[in-house]
Write a protein that binds this ligand. Structure first.
Ligand code: MN
Length: 315
């Protein structure tokens, strides 16, 4: 059975800073390519490793365009939830997100929130592990070809100085028993193998920043054959970065130093509590946030699905 692997589509309307082309148009063009590649290689399903949307509540325009694009796919699409798909990283808000809307429309399936795999037939099971999911964890089934779709920070090199990032092999060690893993979150491409498990990350589908690594990234998909365990990396057609990015003039101070200062500042802040609400209360106090502003924030949080009790805690 042939499957297409893809991740981190990050659908959004506005162009990221320094990107000068029509970002949304470029995104739809790439999704069109994904469809053609799936047709050409006779893929029977598409596995998407999270962050389908760049934010959980994009405009209706973005939702309907993406919905229509996904409807054109002739094969089912299976996905997990990335942090960009979530509201306040709160599972109670899942039914308010754009990814949930697409599932409600019947054009994709969110896998694994109930701990159960999806049976693709031919002995192939697809399990899911969404971002920071710590419940209903996936369990490989003996005698089957077990695939795990995960949205988790796993990579081959840190993103910034001091970044602690589990390697693909560490991830496999922690989640044993799967034949193949597709992981999303980190925006560069990698592939590896450890013991009997293959692991893939396509990286992001759209280049968003002028960081050297982003500019050098080649958006791709993997076409994977469960029968032979062979795979092909298929590059998407893209414009050279010189045509779609405006590179701002260099600042006098290298960005890395500023980033390091910021990280050091955060790390030296010893008074941070574990609870989000405690931190928020401390912030209100420290910055003398007025009651009126606190109420506005509380009411916005309620609209986003926070309970009355949580709202009271904030007030
Ligand atoms: Mn992402």
């Amino acid at each position: 059975m042939k499957l297409m692997l893809i991740s981190d589509i990050h659908a959004r309307y506005l162009s990221p800073e320094n990107r000068t082309d029509d970002f949304f148009e470029a995104l739809l063009y790439k999704l069109g390519q994904v469809r053609k590649i799936a047709d050409k290689h006779k893929c029977e399903a598409i596995l998407q490793a999270g962050d389908l949307f760049d934010s959980p509540e994009p405009s209706r325009y973005v939702q309907s365009k993406i919905l229509r694009e996904v409807r054109k796919l002739k094969v089912p699409i299976y996905t997990v939830i990335g942090q960009h798909d979530m509201i306040f990283r709160n599972w109670k808000n899942l039914d308010r997100t754009a990814t949930y809307l697409l599932e409600s429309a019947g054009v994709l399936t969110i896998v694994g929130l109930d701990g159960e795999p999806v049976d693709l037939g031919g002995g192939v099971l697809v399990h899911g592990l969404s971002f920071e999911q710590d419940f209903a964890l996936p369990k490989p089934v003996e005698g089957k070809f077990n695939i795990l779709i995960a949205h988790a920070s796993v990579g081959t090199r840190p993103l910034y100085p001091g970044h602690v990032l589990p390697s693909p092999r560490e991830f496999i060690h922690k989640h044993p028993g799967f034949d193949m893993v597709i992981v999303g979150d980190i925006h560069y491409t990698f592939e590896d193998k450890f013991k009997d498990t293959q692991i893939f990350n396509t990286g992001c589908m759209m280049r968003k920043t002028v960081k050297k690594e982003d500019l050098a990234h080649e958006p791709c998909v993997f076409v994977y054959d469960t029968a032979t365990r062979e795979y092909e990396k298929v590059l998407l057609k893209i414009k050279p970065w010189q045509e779609i990015f405006h590179i701002p003039e260099e600042k006098s101070q290298p960005a890395d130093n500023k980033l390091q200062e910021f990280i050091d500042a955060i790390r030296s802040e010893k008074k941070l509590a574990v609870s989000y609400y405690d931190n928020q209360m401390a912030y209100y106090k420290k910055n003398s946030v007025t009651n009126r502003i606190q109420e506005l924030i509380a009411s916005a949080m309620e609209r986003a699905g926070m309970s009355v009790k949580e709202r009271e805690e904030i007030k």
